[in-house]
Design a binder for this molecule. Structure first.
Ligand SMILES: Cc1ncc(COP(=O)(O)O)c(C=O)c1O
Length: 455
């Protein structure tokens, strides 16, 4: 049903309408969404082009100037809760202002169908996946909760994970285990992160799999140590085990990819995992409150939808009394109203990264990380915890200073050297740095000199 002003009346559709009439109403709803979104989007593109004229993605100085980050500080913690570049800030402001001044233009949020579709398409382009394989979330944690909460598991089934995971994975699995009798078992992948190797990690994991293991829950890049798990090698090892199993016993590999995504130059499906959860408000420098789950088409049917989507197939199913038929990414995108201005600005963050180039970004991070590790390795009071090799590390560098508490190190870097860093929020805590597109070699050298003052 569409009112005189063209705004679809979703609430009125609950009046018992079923069958063809209801489907037609859902069709009208989609049509209204397309019209509303088209009108606003045309303006958006015009404004974005006008404001980004001075940006040269080939020049790292120009890239840095796109950020509102204080220029007098070196930002080695920017990857944690990213500050978005100008084009993203402008897109957020554009949508926020229009939502604030005339929310009816967005047809009670129905315009989200169009804009979320654009966000899915942008992420698909960037990750090398298909749009319908991607569910949009508000964070990595939301995606982790949706996957581990929704996996079809029976009492006695086992989830194999590690002690190296972040809170979000451990807690999602604990909640799942206590509710459904699912067994969660941990295997350490390394004793000392500094000497972790791809072979050791793959081997330890492979040997810990039992006949009851149905899910392997890992993190690509550990935020506790900076260790990068060889996901491709692990997925190959699991594939060999799966080749000897029936469909129901197949192991799913689920990965919290948050600190590898947009830091490593990889197409996500090529990692070989079944599910990949990440946020886009970290290394992608996207809007706060954005993220996604990518699922392999063969794996999505093994997850039950936890939060109903506000999608056309889901609403159509509700109106017709039939199960929704649609792509899994859309059906598993949690519904309800979101901070739409942020989600709708996500394609700008992808476009910003694409303009620079995914491989150039990864190389920029890798070269600074190598420089930083080399500098820190020469300091007698500093012990670098992250392995040296790029095969088993990415953009995170963790270390400790002999006799000085991590928080004190971070405080002094901030107050005395104008360097922003952080500590890891784990039982065993380290000082943590993340060189990125907003830092450069000079700042890396400044950081090493600052670290040299701790004796
Ligand atoms: C490994 C890891 N996973 C997940 C998260 C949480 O990400 P989000 O804030 O997007 O939920 C963090 C840190 O914030 C993390 O370090």
């Amino acid at each position: 049903m569409v009112s005189n002003d063209g705004v679809p009346r979703l609430a009125a559709q609950a009046d018992g309408a079923v069958g063809r009439r209801a489907v037609l109403r859902a069709g009208a709803w989609v049509g209204a969404a397309a019209t509303a979104a088209g009108a606003v989007a045309a303006q958006s593109v015009v404004e974005a082009e006008a404001t980004s004229a001075a940006f040269d993605p080939g020049d790292w100085g120009s890239v840095r100037r796109e950020f509102a980050l204080r220029p007098d500080y070196a930002h080695f913690a920017a990857f944690m809760l990213a500050s978005p570049p100008r084009s993203v800030r402008e897109a957020i402001a554009f949508f926020r202002d229009r939502l604030d001044s005339s929310p009816a233009d967005f047809h009670m949020g129905v315009a989200d169908l169009e804009y979320s579709g654009r966000a899915q398409a942008a992420l698909a382009r960037y990750t090398g996946a298909m749009p319908g394989e991607i569910a949009l979330t508000d964070s990595a944690t939301m995606g982790i909760g949706l996957v581990y909460g929704g996996l079809r598991l029976k009492p006695g089934d086992e989830v194999l994970t590690t002690p190296h995971e972040f809170y979000s994975t451990h807690e999602s699995l604990r909640l799942r285990a206590s509710a459904h009798g699912v067994r969660v078992r941990q295997v350490p992948l390394y004793a000392d992160p500094a000497t972790a190797s791809a072979e050791e990690m793959t081997d330890r994991l492979r040997r810990a799999v039992t006949g009851r293991t149905r899910v392997v829950a890992l993190t690509w890049v550990h935020s506790s140590t900076g260790v990068k798990v060889p996901i491709r090698a692990v997925s190959d090892a699991i594939a060999r085990i799966n080749a000897r199993r029936g469909e129901r016993e197949r192991i799913l590999l689920c990965v919290d990819g948050v600190h590898g995504f947009a830091a490593e130059d990889v197409d996500i499906p090529d990692l070989g995992a079944d599910f990949f959860m990440a946020s886009t408000h970290k290394w992608l420098f996207g809007p706060r409150g954005t993220g996604f789950v990518w699922g392999r088409p063969s794996a999505w049917p093994r997850v039950d939808t936890v939060i109903p989507s506000f999608s056309v197939p889901a609403f159509t199913g509700w109106l017709t009394g039939r199960p929704p038929v649609g792509d899994p990414g859309t059906l598993n995108t949690p519904g309800g109203y979101h901070s739409f201005e942020n989600r709708w600005a996500l394609p700008e963050a992808v476009a910003f990264q694409e303009a620079i180039g995914r491989s150039r970004v990864a190389e920029r991070i890798r070269s600074q990380v190598a420089r930083l590790k080399e500098g820190l390795a020469g300091l007698p009071a500093v012990r670098v915890v992250t392995p040296r090799s790029a095969e088993v590390s990415a953009g995170i560098v963790c270390c400790e200073v002999e006799g000085v508490d991590g928080e004190q190190v971070v405080g002094r870097l901030h107050d005395e050297h104008r360097i922003a860093a952080g500590t890891t929020p784990y039982r065993e805590s380290y000082v943590r740095f993340g060189p990125s597109v907003v830092t450069d070699d000079d700042e890396v050298d400044r950081l090493v000199r600052a670290m040299a003052t701790f004796r």
